[in-house]
Design a protein around this ligand. Sequence first.
Ligand code: ZN
Length: 277
Amino acid sequence: MRTATRGALAGSAVGAVALALVVPSAAEASATRSVRQVVPDSTAPSRVVVPARSLAEPRPAVVERVVIGRSRRGRPILAFRLGDPDATRSAVVIAAMHGNERKPQTILRTLRDGRPITGLDLWVVPSANPDGVARKARRNARGVDLNRNFPRRWKRSRRGVTWSGPSAASEPETRAMMRFLRRVAPDQVVSFHQPLYGIDTSGTGNRPLARRLAKHLKLPRRSFSCGSGCYGTMSQWFNHRLDGQLVTVELGRSPSRAYLTRTAPTGLLKALGGTRS
Ligand SMILES: [Zn+2]
């Protein structure tokens, strides 16, 4: 059941407010001036920051930048739209939902900062858990494992490395991602993790997409069990609620720089149906 309409997110039903964005993280702060900048709700600050370095470092692949929500500590969660908004195929790629699994961020940033993309309407979210990334920790600032906090098959669990939180979708990062995925309604979603090394084929993951990802990312297809059983994961929620398919990709512990900046970005685009001009 697809509910979102494609096209720019600005002015959509969630009340986006154009031209209001604060970007405190220098690492994420240099999109081009011509890029549409949007925050998704009226509670966000209205100060506009256009970093000086943006003029010297244009990002020709980026056509839109959106703050999809804020972390528990108030850090913005940024999504970058790359490529062709009118393409028939669409995809969202997510990294660092676990803040100590940061290597895949390089793949997304390489695509974001590279050449224009054609044949695919692609969004990348390089830092889905910015508080965890800042602390190099798996969980968010409240100690919740965001990949156990989604409302599909959510259950209470012990406070620990996979704590599912006090209730389903209790965390702002979880709600931001749900809202964003509902609005974009992508055909394909890839969620990057580490370090189990493989393409997850368990659950309802799209078999053809999993096959393409395995081939082009040069990873084995495997079935991961979430350790103590899967509950409240993003893939369980997405694959049950939306039309597209989400596949979880686990890189190894120490992928090489060449893999992260060349093999994987190129392979990911191929698997999703896009090319770089
Ligand atoms: Zn993970």
